[in-house]
Design a protein. Structure first.
Lengths: 283, 341, 321
């Protein structure tokens, strides 16, 4: 009897250690990626990278200044497009809508969220690039903005709903109209969570290259205004990584480090903001 | 919160305005001439600070498509547009598309065989066989035959071709169609074909990268990609029976005959050209310019560039291993620039 | 009149209040409605935009291997095959690792450690696809060529799945990269689901004399298994739609091959590579039809995943009440 029990205990310890190893390995991958990028990208990051334009093919040197600015413009415009839709739409769901309409809107948002980014690129191409007859920052921002909508919408709704009833009723009791209550009491109470969601949405689209292939297209120079093709960090990484030039590989690592660094910092920032406030209802 | 919002808006508007001066002209297409085009556009931009030619190397196929759609101002291809594509352009845009040869280049068989740094000699039969998937090992007699003295291993050949629509593919398949009936009937020539075997690389860049990283591989790229990346490329037996390596001289010789008989629209194939030392897989590469350009500034900029390209521009070709255009062709083109209105 | 309060209502003030609310309701409604509008137009564009090949090829589109732009014949089987194979490889690798890790995080690790590790796993999910592609090209491809291929091909090369030469790139490479990308999804959802299993289930098993592992594996996990299935569907949906990482390491060859070491293609990868150069309506629309197929696949999987996860977490809260 003792032997059987000992065997079962052994199996138990063994399997549980195995699961521990699985967890450690999974987390280790993250650190490996970071480390590898730091090693290859860190040595390639120099002042030129941030300030110079790309050089002609085959020549060494140059940088990705235009891609950095391009990404910044894309993200800014994408936020201007996607965040208000998600934010105000979320307010509608939480404060005004009946459950049927809410269900439809939520379903549409979930559907949109699940669309592969390359398909979003096709959509943006048909809606923006084709009619305007040009690849542009706008088209790229449209595609990225679309991807920001579902996260912003659902999170706004959830955080608004999480605001305690007391606050709501208190404001009403003081005679504030509904919209005033929302604007001055409820939204401020939920702002932490909503801000977090916006940051996470931003971090998600910052790294996307697929939807940019048919919209922003790429640019070896500064992109002027909003209606011209533009370079972006993820797209440059893709192009440079697939090339045979050592110098371009070097720059791709550097770009990868900058991009990942940016994304990770936003993620960490977002989650710390959240941790300080109310706990996030898991979506 | 409000203040930051206003500040943000101001920055956004400003960024749109600040660089609003300066003309941006967008082009897309062949990766074959990408090294020389990117050099040209860079030099031209230095000379004319307010003009920028943004050229994306996306493959000849995409170049033809985009210029037909009008999403770019000009295209570039090393496979001349066929009659169907010309008609499609005419139908869609209501005017003609013009071909302007820019330089001469060569598609070379480049390879990565461990232990082999020598220049291999390839017969047309060997190349066709390899790309048809019938010759599968490096020590096949068709390959070892002309390469006595080279120790070729018995490893499996890894074929690398283009995954995107490519003028280089057009040149390569055009040549193979001329030298191999089996190729012509099975695969034929186009910018995008149904490859019997092999890996797909995106752009000449992608193919070069794959060859560099994959032992026992062979692929076809424009000469400069092999040269710039220090990977060996072989000779090809031409129509006269000589094994010729691609260089300025052999490529120029391939174009010599065509230069005299250049058609009005500049569409011509010079693969498998006659001539004792002509390189058989040479080609012109063309800029695809719309004959009607609405925007006056863009039109003048493009015409200005073309004029410069035919004069000073040609001096940059040779250092990047492209051959200059023959004199007769340059003269004809200068006249043709007037067609762009 | 609710909310009238201490403000003695002059009629115009109160109606202004109501108007303000009405305007607010209208404005927010417009934004919410636009979400629905956008989604509808996306599906519509995909449907209409693929009309030509749908009518010309019908179901043949899904079974033909012949993707030939020159002859204008379009059969999507190689891409469907490649998408399925790479995703299958990804799941085969990611599921054991992911479930194992989630068991550790949910059952064994003290809450602090569990939360911290989960935090890092969430960061792993945030790494963009291009970066995985970058690492794929420079780390995984040589790994396959120099380590994994010799290890598997020499002893097992007679098996169809390990046959043939190694290119470095291929189905297996793409599968491995995808596996790393989807593990975080399996872990975080499975962990949630396992955590929602009521205490009494575990305690009952332990009280009856089972070891820690036995109570986990034989009681808790089965209780949560629908939810875990859900996490797998979610991971699958993610893997199917992945574009950049796959196109950088899959070999871009539209061929069906049994060997995992052979080069292949996926739906998302071919769209990314070829869409901008499709000439002619039929070809362009063929790529849009591929996009439609991808959309439908991910739509179905995501829907199923959601249902499964909700069912499990509700089951958990029901039983414990």
């Amino acid at each position: 009897m003792g032997a059987r029990l000992r065997w079962r205990k052994f199996v138990s310890n063994f399997m549980l250690t195995l699961t521990g190893i699985c967890a450690v390995v999974s987390v280790a991958v993250l650190f490996f990626i970071l480390g590898y990028l730091l090693f290859n990208g860190g040595t390639s990051i120099n002042w030129d990278f941030f300030t110079k334009l790309p050089k002609p093919v085959g020549e060494t040197g140059g940088g990705m200044a235009n891609a950095i600015v391009g990404s910044a413009k894309l993200l800014a415009a994408a936020s201007l497009f996607g965040v208000p839709i998600g934010f105000f739409g979320g307010i509608y769901l939480a404060e005004f809508s009946g459950s049927k309409t809410a269900g439809v809107v939520r379903y549409a948002a979930d559907l949109l969220n699940g669309v592969p980014s390359i398909v979003i690129g096709i959509f943006a191409f048909s809606i923006v690039v084709r009619p305007f007859k040009t690849f542009s920052t706008l088209a790229g921002a449209f595609a990225l903005g679309l991807m920001m909508i579902p996260i912003t919408l659902r999170s706004t709704e959830e955080f608004l709903n999480a605001v305690p009833k007391m606050l709501r009723e208190g404001a009403m009791a003081l005679g504030a109209s509904k919209w005033k209550t929302i604007a001055t009491v409820i939204v401020p109470a939920a702002y932490r969570g909503i801000l977090t969601a916006i940051l996470l949405a931003l971090a998600r689209v910052a790294g996307e290259a697929a939807p940019l292939l048919f919209t922003a297209f790429g640019n070896r120079y500064w992109s002027q205004g909003w209606n011209q093709p533009t370079a972006a960090l993820p797209e440059m990484i893709y192009r440079y990584a697939g090339s045979p030039y050592e110098d371009w590989h070097r720059q791709a690592w550097a770009a990868g480090l900058v991009l990942l660094g940016f994304i990770l910092i936003i993620n960490i920032l977002a989650r710390t903001i959240l941790a300080r406030g109310i706990s996030m209802p898991r979506s | 919160m409000k203040r930051t919002a206003v500040l943000l808006m101001a920055v956004l508007v400003a960024s749109g305005v600040v660089w609003a001066q300066g003309l941006l002209i967008n082009g897309a297409g062949a990766s074959f001439p990408y090294p020389i085009y990117s050099k040209w556009f860079d030099v031209y931009h230095q000379k004319n600070g307010n003009m920028q030619f943004n050229y994306q190397s996306v493959g000849s196929g995409a170049g033809i498509k985009q210029v037909t759609e009008g999403t770019v101002d000009f295209g570039a291809s090393d496979g001349p547009m066929n009659d169907e594509q010309l008609k499609a352009y005419q139908d869609k845009r209501g005017s003609e598309i013009l071909h302007f040869p820019t330089v001469l280049g060569a598609a070379v068989p480049t390879y990565n065989v461990p232990g082999v740094s020598a220049t291999l000699n390839f017969t047309p039969e060997a190349l066709a066989g390899i790309f048809l998937g019938k010759i599968t090992k490096w020590n096949d007699p068709a390959i070892t035959g002309p390469n006595k003295g080279v120790n070729l291993p018995g490893n499996e050949i890894v074929v690398v071709h283009r995954s995107d629509g490519s003028g280089t593919t057009y040149i390569w398949t055009d040549y193979l169609s001329k030298v191999s009936d089996e190729w012509k009937s099975k695969v034929n020539k186009a910018t995008s074909v149904n490859w019997p075997v092999g890996l797909g690389g995106k752009g000449s860049e992608g193919v070069t990268a794959l060859i560099k990283q994959t032992p026992n591989s062979i692929g076809y790229v424009e000469l400069i990609y092999a040269a710039q990346n220090n990977i060996p490329y072989g000779t090809v037996k031409n129509a006269a029976g000589t094994f010729v390596k691609a260089d300025l001289k052999s490529v120029s010789e391939a174009a010599a005959g065509a230069a005299k008989d250049m058609p009005e629209d500049f569409r011509v194939s010079i693969t498998n050209a006659p001539g004792k030392t002509a390189y058989p897989i040479s080609s012109f590469t063309w800029l695809l310019i719309p004959s009607k350009i609405q925007d006056n500034a863009k039109r003048d900029a493009i015409k200005g560039f073309l004029t410069w390209m035919l004069a000073d521009g040609q001096t940059y070709a040779e250092q990047l291993s492209y051959a200059k255009l023959p004199k007769e062709v340059i003269e004809k083109e200068k006249k043709a620039i007037a067609k762009v209105q | 009149m609710q909310g009238a309060g201490p403000i003695s209502g002059s009629r115009s003030f109160l109606s202004k209040l109501r108007e303000g609310d009405e305007i607010a309701r209208l404005i927010t409604f417009i934004f919410a409605a636009s979400v629905v509008l956008i989604t509808i137009s996306l599906v519509y564009e995909l449907w209409i935009g693929s009309a030509l090949p749908r009518h010309k090829f019908g179901l043949h589109f899904f079974v033909s291997q012949d993707w030939d732009p020159v002859m204008d014949q379009y059969g999507a089987l190689p891409f469907i095959y490649g998408t399925l194979v790479t995703s299958a490889v990804a799941l085969l690798l990611a599921i054991p690792l992911g479930i194992g890790a989630s068991i550790f995080l949910a059952e064994l690790a003290p809450p602090r450690i569990s939360d911290t590790l989960q935090f890092f796993i969430d960061l792993l999910a945030a790494v963009p696809s291009v970066i995985y592609g970058l690492l794929g090209i420079f780390i995984i491809v040589p790994l396959i060529r120099n380590v994994i291929y010799p290890a598997l091909n020499k002893p097992f090369g007679f098996l169809p799945i390990f046959k043939g030469p190694s290119y470095g790139v291929g189905f297996l490479t793409a599968g491995i990269v995808l596996a790393i990308m989807v593990i975080p999804y399996i872990i975080s959802v499975s962990r949630e689901v396992l955590l929602s299993v009521p205490r009494d289930q575990r305690e009952a098993a332990l009280a009856l004399g089972s070891t820690r592992w036995e109570s986990t594996w034989k009681v808790v996990v089965p209780f949560a298994k629908t939810g875990i299935m859900g996490s797998i569907f979610l991971a699958l949906a993610r893997a199917l739609g992945e574009t950049m990482a796959v196109t950088m390491v899959v070999g871009n060859s539209p061929k069906i091959a049994a060997s995992l070491f052979a080069p292949g293609y996926s739906i998302a990868a071919v769209i990314a590579n070829d869409f901008t150069e499709a000439t002619g309506e039929l070809q362009t629309q063929a790529y849009i039809e591929l996009g439609l197929v991808l959309f439908l696949l991910t739509f179905i999987l995501n829907g199923l995943a959601r249902i499964l996860i909700i069912v499990t977490t509700q089951k958990g809260s029901k039983v414990s009440n």
